[in-house]
Design a protein around this ligand. Structure first.
Ligand code: SAM
Length: 251
């Protein structure tokens, strides 16, 4: 019951957002531009698609056929609804699936896309395990949080030590990708606007409304506090960390 309530509160706070993590359409388009030869025959697997902010950009900017997966059914329902409204269900299908065990035949895709989600399985595990569903010379585009400057203040280090101890700097991330059998086609940092305009600003509005709605319920207030702390850490220390977009090719 407690778990059900915690899950319900979590999804109440995070539902209805334009996206579920930092990112923006310009960056998705820029990364797509680094992948050669995307055409009507290109099959894309978008892993951890959420409600599909980046999936819809991929569908808009390319004629590729896209399968988008996420393990949260309401996100998948929302994306399939959007695909129906746009009349693109012939080349965009969203499915509930677990990124830990991809259920596709070997070589099913030319391109794997994964914005803000590979951390759920771990970069090395994802890159090694997902490779089998890629064609030879297939590509992976992903975003991952990285340190941007050395010696972040203790409060910032402590936050990331709790939230995601696997955070590393960009060169260590690129080395890890190469050790997993990929070469780097290109990489670039997401701009601060991709954190604020597209993610934290809408989330901040939701946190404020959620607090009011839940009055003095301690579990709801604690969730709101945690979310607020994440946003506050970003305001205070965003020069020290950010997302990097990586476009990789199977070696
Ligand atoms: N790509 C979207 C975006 O940038 O807006 C969503 C990013 S959100 C930070 C991470 C997503 O990964 C969530 O939608 C979550 O439901 C999904 N996810 C987490 N664990 C997963 C798993 N084991 N299998 C599939 N999806 C998962």
């Amino acid at each position: 019951m407690a778990l059900e309530r915690a899950t319900a509160l979590f999804f109440e706070l995070f539902s209805g957002l334009p996206r579920q993590g930092p990112g923006n359409a310009t960056s998705t388009r820029r990364a797509l531009g680094l992948v050669p030869g995307v055409g009507p025959g290109t099959r894309v697997l978008d892993i951890g698609c959420g409600t599909g902010a980046q999936t819809l950009v991929l569908a808009d900017c390319s004629p590729a056929r896209i399968v988008a997966i996420d393990n949260h059914p309401p996100f998948i329902d929302a994306l399939n609804r959007e695909a129906r409204e746009l009349g693109i269900t012939d080349r965009l299908e969203a499915r509930v699936a677990d990124m830990h065990s991809l259920d596709f035949a070997d070589g099913s895709f030319e391109l794997i896309w994964c914005e803000g989600a590979i951390n759920n399985v771990g970069v090395e595990t994802g890159l090694r395990d997902w490779r089998k569903v890629l064609q030879r010379n297939g590509h992976v585009a992903l975003t991952e949080v990285c340190w941007r400057k050395p010696e972040p203040p203790a409060e910032c280090t402590a936050f990331w030590g709790r939230e995601y101890p696997a955070i590393r700097d960009t060169s260590a991330l690129l080395e890890a990708a190469e050790a997993c059998g990929y070469e780097t086609v290109g990489h670039f940092p997401l701009p601060a606007s991709a954190w604020w305009d597209d993610y934290y600003r809408p989330l901040q509005d939701k946190v404020t409304a959620f607090r009011k709605r839940h009055g003095d319920a301690p579990d709801a207030q604690e969730l709101a506090d945690r979310c607020q702390h994440e946003i506050d850490i970003w305001h205070a220390y965003s020069e020290f960390y950010g997302y990097e977009f990586l476009v990789l090719r199977v070696r």
